[in-house]
Structure formats: structure tokens, C-alpha cells
Design a binder for this molecule. Structure first.
Ligand SMILES: [Zn+2]
Ligand SMILES: [Zn+2]
Length: 362
């Protein structure tokens, strides 16, 4: 039996329950979770934006230590430190063969799955097929990425989702080059990771925008050269920072019509606006045909930072070890396994960046 954070119904309160994991199969590993980040997608599982099967164990952004390996697993040993990968591509579908693993058909739409977790006779589903807000998980060995022992578990956890997504949006989707101007709107874990990515790419200026003035210090620490409090009229301020043109690259990390318009309006003619935030299907963003033609901007999205975790997590580890990626600043709160409701409350009110659940490795 392991403790896990379970939500019973849409809008339900996350509560800790004891569940039984499936036995370790030939191709599986059992991972003792050390740290797990509370991601916006976890909140989306509860508030109706995503529609999982219930009851569901939340969590997908996590790190830990391999405690048991299946008989067919030869490349990972007990004691190996790993980051969980919730979007393992199948490497066989059309998209994977096109070298676009972040669009893998096998991963698309995977919100929850029956991975063999039970409470008595009751099936408990695992969020994104992972269910990482738990003392342990059993997953296919392909769902973990090995990291060096020296990497702290808390920042390693964030590499599994927020950092891949934010840094990847800038580096893989935007292909931001040295000296280009970057705007990031929305400074949660992903937005701050995008600022970190922009700094890694040598962007200048890096303009960060958020509703909360308390984000300024975090944004500047992450590498922002300028901070602007969100306002519908920010595009004038942004033009004044970019010789009147607007930014080469805007990254919208909110998923809201107003901030998408804000990002588009702040992008220079011929520049690129990238939607990173996940919005709802019940809202609309309006563009007029003349502006689409005249400004000649590329409007695109970045799914999972267009990352391939197996290749990109080791790159992030290198940047971390070289001192070029300060992931500690992303962690503004630490909680125990009971602390998910308070982490959700902070996320809803836009307070802080990531809350990380820390677990006892025993
Ligand atoms: Zn996530
Ligand atoms: Zn695939």
C-alpha cells in the first residue's frame, strides 16, 4: 500500500488515500517518488478543463529513485535517479516518424488511464498515465529518464513538465537567437521557465509581464531585463523597448483570449507569437483579416515545448550543472503530500511559481 493524492469527482478536494499499485511487470520499474511539482494541469483535472476518469491520482511532474526493476529491464538498475516522463512517444506513429514526438498519437488525449491501481476492488485512475502524487509509482521503464545522482530531486521534478515546456517553447518552437527580443506573458512555472530559456538563448531584451507585482523579483532573477504589470495597453510600453517595432518573439503562457491578443499585438511585423498556455474551448480569440495579412506574424503554439524528454532532459541537466539554468527560483513553496489543496489555492490566485511536494524516501 502507498499513500496517494486522490480526487473523487470533478471539483472534489484532493485527499490522501492508501492504494495498491500493480505488481512490477517484466518491462516496468517501481519508482519511489522524492519530489513532485504541482502543475496547472493538475488543477485542470479537478476544475473541469480536462476530463479524467474518477477517482484519479493527480501528478505527473516528478522525480525519484528506482526501487525495483522488471525482469526485462536491463538499462536501469535499482537506485538509479530518474525523472518521470508522462509523454513517452511511441516512436512508431506518423508523427513520431516525422520526428515530432510531442505530437505522438499515442500520447494525444491521454488524460487518465487505468494503470492497475486499486483500492480494494475500486479502480483508481492515474493522471496522464502516471499518478505521481504518490509515495511510489509503477510505470513502464520507457516512462523514466535517468539523471545523475548529483541533481537535486526538487528541480529534477520540474524538468519533467514545466521546464521542458517553457525552455522548449523558446528554444525548440521559437528557435530564439542571440540578441532577439522576447516577451513572456504569464509568470507561473512555465512562463518563468520561458524567461530562463530566453536567457539561455541570449535574447535581449527579455520583457516579462504578469498581473502580480510580486513576480517582478522572480522574473528579473530568471533573466528578464524588463518587467511590466499586465494591462491591455502594454503594447505601447513594449514598442518603446524595441525601437518601435514590437518583439521578435512573444510567448503567451496563460491561455486566455486577452493575453493571446496582447502577445499578438506586441509582436513585430514578421515576428512570431507562440501560445504556450492551455486555454478553454469555450472562449474565442478574434483576428481581423487585414491584421493577419498586414503584420505577417506567425501565430503558432508550442505543445510540451516541442520536446523529446529523452534528449532534452539530459540537455537541461547539462545547463543546470554548468550553472546556466537556475531552476531553484521556480520553487517558491514546499509542501507535504497533504499540501495539494493549498498549492491549488496559490495557483488559482497567481501566487508564487511552483509548489513542490516533498516526500520521504524512507
Ligand atoms: Zn504539467
Ligand atoms: Zn508516436
Amino acid at each position: 500500500m502507498v499513500k496517494a493524492v486522490v480526487v473523487d469527482q470533478p471539483g472534489g478536494t484532493p485527499t490522501v488515500r492508501e492504494v495498491t499499485l500493480r505488481p512490477v511487470g517484466a518491462g516496468d520499474v517501481r519508482v519511489r517518488i522524492a519530489a513532485a511539482g504541482v502543475c496547472h494541469s493538475d488543477l485542470s483535472l479537478v476544475n473541469g478543463t480536462l476530463t479524467p476518469q474518477f477517482p484519479v491520482i493527480m501528478g505527473h511532474e516528478a522525480s525519484g529513485v528506482v526501487a525495483e526493476v522488471g525482469t526485462d529491464v536491463t538499462h536501469i538498475t535499482v537506485g538509479t535517479h530518474v525523472v518521470l516522463n508522462w509523454a513517452t512517444p511511441c516512436r512508431a506513429c506518423w508523427f513520431c516518424k516525422q520526428d515530432e514526438p510531442w505530437l505522438c498519437s499515442a500520447v494525444e488525449g491521454k488524460v487518465s488511464a487505468d494503470t492497475g491501481i486499486r483500492d480494494g476492488d475500486e479502480t483508481i485512475y492515474a493522471a496522464l498515465g502516471v499518478g505521481a502524487f504518490a509515495e511510489e509509482v509503477v510505470v513502464p521503464a520507457t516512462d523514466v529518464v535517468t539523471i545523475p545522482d548529483g541533481v537535486a530531486f526538487d528541480v529534477a521534478a520540474l524538468m519533467g513538465c514545466a521546464v521542458l515546456t517553457g525552455v522548449g517553447a523558446v528554444q525548440n518552437t521559437g528557435r530564439v537567437k542571440q540578441g532577439e527580443s522576447v516577451l513572456v506573458i504569464g509568470l507561473g512555472g512555465i512562463g518563468l521557465s520561458a524567461v530562463l530559456g530566453a536567457k539561455l538563448s541570449g535574447a535581449n531584451p527579455i520583457i516579462a509581464v504578469d498581473l502580480s507585482p510580486e513576480k517582478e523579483a522572480l522574473a528579473r532573477k530568471a533573466g528578464a531585463t524588463d518587467f511590466i504589470l499586465s494591462d491591455p495597453k502594454i503594447s505601447r510600453q513594449i514598442r518603446s523597448l524595441t525601437e518601435g517595432r514590437g518583439v521578435d518573439h512573444a510567448f503567451e503562457c496563460v491561455g486566455h483570449p486577452a493575453t493571446i491578443r496582447m502577445a499578438y499585438g506586441a509582436t513585430r511585423r514578421g515576428g512570431q507569437t507562440t501560445i504556450v498556455g492551455v486555454g478553454s474551448k469555450d472562449q474565442e480569440v478574434v483576428f481581423n483579416p487585414l491584421e493577419l495579412f498586414h503584420f505577417s506574424r506567425t501565430l503558432t503554439s508550442s505543445i510540451y515545448g516541442e520536446s523529446d524528454p529523452e534528449k532534452d532532459i539530459p540537455k537541461l541537466v547539462e545547463h543546470l550543472q554548468d550553472g546556466n539554468l537556475d531552476l531553484d527560483l521556480l520553487i517558491t513553496h514546499r509542501v507535504t503530500i497533504d499540501g495539494v489543496p493549498e498549492a491549488f489555492a496559490r495557483m488559482s490566485s497567481g501566487e508564487g511559481a511552483r509548489s513542490v511536494i516533498e516526500l520521504d524516501l524512507g
